[in-house]
Ligand binder design. Sequence first.
Ligand code: PMP
Length: 466
Amino acid sequence: PPCDFKPEEYKSLSGERMLEIRKRNCNPIIMRNTYYKKHLHLHQGYMQWLWDINGRRYLDLFSGVATVSVGHCHPKVNAAAQKQMGRLWHTTNIYMHSPIHEYAEKLASLLPDPLKVIYLTNSGSEANDLAMLMARVYTGNFDVITFRGGYHGASPYAMGLTSMAAYKYPIATGIGCHTTMCPDVFRGPWGGSHCRDSPVQTIRECNCSPDCCQAKDMYVQQLKEVLDTSVSQQIAGFFAEPIQGIGGVVQYPKGFLKEAYRLVRERGGVCIADEVQTGFGRTGSDLWGFKAHDVVPDIVTMAKGIANGFPMGAIVTTQEVANALTRGSHFNTFGGNPVACSIASSVLDTIEEDGLQQNSAQVGTYLLTELAKLRDKFDIIGDVRGKGLLIGVEMVKDKVSREPLPGVEMNEIFEDCKDMGLLIGKGGVYGQTFRIKPPMCITKDDADFALAVFGLAIQRQMERRL
Ligand code: PMP
C-alpha cells in the first residue's frame, strides 16, 4: 500500500517541538540516539516493507531486531488481534481464558517431551530472569555459565547473563554468573568451520571436518576448565543461544552444545536454550534452534518472533523443574494477556499456513549462497554465516588480518544501504557484523534487491578507501 502519512496528525512531533525537546534534552525516549545519523521516523508497515513519514519505502531486513516474524501488520494476525480486542483485553493469570489455554496447548505440542509446562512473560529478559530463578530454585545451586559475547537481556538478572561490554553497567548484576569462551570458529583462536545441517551446504561445508572437530574439543576443554576450576562446583544452569544473535550470528562447531550439556548436567546443572532469536522457524530447518544441535534443553526461553512484535515472552520447561516454583505460581500481571495469546496463536498458524519455515530455509540459503559470492569478491567481507533467515556478515579491515572493520566504515555502509531503501542490522562484540533477520515472508526478488544494494554499498566503501 502507499504510505498514508498525514502531517497534521503529528502536530505533537512537529519540527519545532522536536527542537524544543532536543534543547531541553528532557525526553530520553524520543531523543535517545537511534541507529542512524538522522532519526528514521517510520509511519507504516506491511509484510516485509516499511514506510517513513516522507513516504519512502524500505525493504526491512532486520524486522525490528528479528522480531516481526511473519510480516508487518500481517492481515491474519491483525484480524486475530482485532477479534480478541473486541472480546476481552485483560484478566491476569489468576484466571483462565480461552486464548491462553489454546496457545499453551499449541505451543506445548511443538516442543519435544518432557518440555510441556509453559509460563508466559512480556519479554525475553523477563523469560531469562524466570529461567534463572527456576534453575537456581530447582537445583538449589547458584552458579550459572554463559558464553562470552552472549546477549540474554537487560533486566538485572538477564544483564548478569549477558556478556557484551556494550550492554553492561558497573553494578552488581552478575553475582554467580560466569562465562566460558564462545566457540566462534571465525574469530576464536582454534579455527574450524561452521557446521550446517541444511541440505544445501554451500559455504564452508562441514560434515564434519577434522579441523572443526579439533576446535570443538578445545572449546569443550575450556568449558570443562571453567567448571572444574573457577566456579563453586554447584552449577545451577548453563544458558546458550543455539546461534549467538547480537554477538554476531555465531555458529558453534558440530557437537559442541551436546558435549556442553553433558558436562553441565554431570555437575547437577540444568541447560537453558535461549531461543529468543532462533525460535519460531527463523533458522529454516527446524522450528527451534536447539534441534540442530541434537539436544533437548531443560528450559527453553522465547520472545521476539513469538508474537510478531507484540510484547510477549515465554518459557517452556519440564514438570519436574516447574514443580520447584511453588510460591504463588509465579504471578505476572500482564504475562499471558488474552490479546497477546491470540496474536501468538495466529503467528503459529501463519507460519504453518504461509509455509514460512520452508521459506526461511529457501530464501535464507539463497541469500547465504549469494552473500558468499560477495565475500569472495570483496576483501572487507571476512565471513558469511548463519542459517535460514538468521544471517551474519562479518566485516574486516582485510581478509589476512581479520581485524574488525572500524565503526566509521561500518556506519558508512549501513547509512548507504538505508539511503538506497534497505534496512539491515549491526552486531558483534566489536560492532563488526551486519545482521540480516527479515520478516520470514521475504521473497527471492526481495533477496535480489537486498543483494544488489548491499553489494553496491560495499563497492562504494572499497572506492572510498582508495
Ligand atoms: N535473549 C536474546 C538472545 C536476545 O536477542 C534478546 C533481545 N535482543 C533477549 C534475550 C532479551 O529480550 P527482550 O529485549 O525482549 O527483553
